[in-house]
Design a binder for this molecule. Structure first.
Ligand SMILES: NC(=O)c1ccc[n+]([C@@H]2O[C@H](COP(=O)([O-])OP(=O)(O)OC[C@H]3O[C@@H](n4cnc5c(N)ncnc54)[C@H](OP(=O)(O)O)[C@@H]3O)[C@@H](O)[C@H]2O)c1
Length: 376
């Protein structure tokens, strides 16, 4: 049986913590590698392909030997930088905007798989310009799934976020509606048609605008590390795990499925302390209070969704709500409440300080910063 580590699907031996956090993965991936179609011979479209997810996914797909990757996004400079960085003829660049259906159609012809990552994802900008979030995250996503179905694409995976669960801001609301748009399209399609699925994950560790780069800047500046509330918890997910989630969804999706990556979490206090210990600094940790629109913990799946979910080791599959538009099923007929709790960063596996440090040290960005810090 092929080994998922040597295949590059799972991290190597120094990534013990991840393997402990996601124990069922090696066996599951070995089975998948053995029985599922491989990426070679596929033409893959990544909307938002110049973003953090897109670049990491493109690297992974090129290593797997795919035939062609189409990078679809708006900014020609980011595309040019990526072209220069990758220098791989299998990468093709498509300038376009998900809001413009003709530009999506141009890129879609002849595609086997779509990873739909293009999005407006900053909470404050979507809060001030909610209609921009509607245009990109909802209407743009409808353009992508409609075009994919029309062009007989085999599979589309739409990337969503924990902020779509019980959304409290325009960004989360627009992503929640993206999920609904994807599922509504799935309902209208058959099992033999384009399979449309979604994935949900929480903040990617070290992503732009997140707390770890902020702590890093504060450590470099010798400033106090600012935490909102020491008890606040957050899921910990490295970018490579987001890529694996999307790959898992593509390989396992049935029509309308939504996949969630089970992930460990820690408190923001432990995260700040872990950063100080890794960089061997003795800086105060200052509590600044919870910011507008921020939750004490994040949810990846609601109790209602968990009732129709399947535990797949490191992943949860939430099946599409298959009820037809019969109002009785929504209004007058009850259902067994079953699972009572949502799946949140508060009730998932909690990493302690040492484990948080270990997890942080697996990040290439932290390894790079640490080497520069020690060499200064
Ligand atoms: N990063 C996280 O922590 C996180 C967590 C959960 C879920 N996600 C989801 O994962 C996906 C990818 O995130 P990311 O971190 O890779 O984002 P990112 O780095 O900000 O990249 C976003 C990409 O989308 C493109 N884009 C934006 N608007 C577009 C439009 N209207 N038409 C076409 N392309 C457009 C951008 O390029 P141009 O500006 O050149 O168009 C860029 O390539 C998003 O859907 C996000 O919601 C991210």
């Amino acid at each position: 049986m092929p080994d998922p580590v040597s295949q590059g699907i799972l991290p190597g031996g120094d990534d013990i913590l991840l393997r402990r956090a996601f124990p069922a993965l090696p066996a599951l991936f070995a089975i998948l590698i053995a029985v599922l179609p491989s990426i070679p011979d596929s033409t893959i479209l990544i909307s938002g392909g110049t973003g953090s997810f897109g670049k990491t996914m493109a690297t992974h797909l090129l290593e797997q030997g795919c035939r062609e990757i189409r990078i679809f996004s708006r900014d020609e400079w980011k595309q040019d930088a990526m072209r220069a960085d990758f220098q791989d003829e299998r990468l093709k660049f498509y300038l376009g905007d998900v809001r413009s259906r003709p530009s999506v159609d141009d890129a879609m012809a002849g595609v086997d798989m779509v990873f739909h990552a293009a999005a407006l994802k900053q909470v404050p900008s979507c809060e001030f310009f909610p209609m921009q979030a509607v245009l990109t995250n909802i209407i743009g996503s409808a353009n992508v799934v409609d075009s994919a179905a029309l062009h007989d694409v085999k599979s589309v995976v739409c990337l969503s976020t924990d902020k779509a669960v019980f959304p409290v801001n325009a960004m989360g609301m627009s992503k929640a509606l993206m999920e609904k748009v994807a599922q509504a399209k799935s309902r209208a399609l058959g099992k033999q048609d384009t399979i449309i699925s979604s994935v949900r994950y929480g903040n990617v560790m070290y992503s732009r605008g997140s707390v770890i780069p902020l702590f890093m800047r504060q450590i470099k500046g010798g400033e106090p590390l600012t935490v909102t509330d020491p008890r606040m918890t957050r899921f910990l997910l490295p970018l490579r795990e987001a890529v694996r989630l999307v790959e898992f969804a593509w390989k396992n999706a049935r029509q309308g499925d939504l996949f969630v990556r089970k992930a460990p979490a820690c408190t923001v206090q432990d995260l700040a302390e872990a950063m100080c210990q890794i960089f061997e600094v003795d800086l105060p940790i200052e509590v600044i209070g919870v910011r507008h629109g921020e939750k004490m913990y994040e949810a990846l799946a609601s109790a209602e969704e968990l009732r129709r979910s399947e535990d797949m080791g490191g992943f949860l599959r939430v099946s599409m709500d298959g009820r037809d538009l019969n109002y009785n099923k929504y209004v007058s007929e009850g259902d067994d409440p079953g699972v009572a709790e949502d799946y949140t960063s508060d009730n998932t596996e909690r990493l302690d300080l040492e484990e948080t440090k270990e997890m942080l040290l697996t990040l290439p960005e932290i390894q790079h910063e640490l080497a520069a810090w020690r060499a200064r």
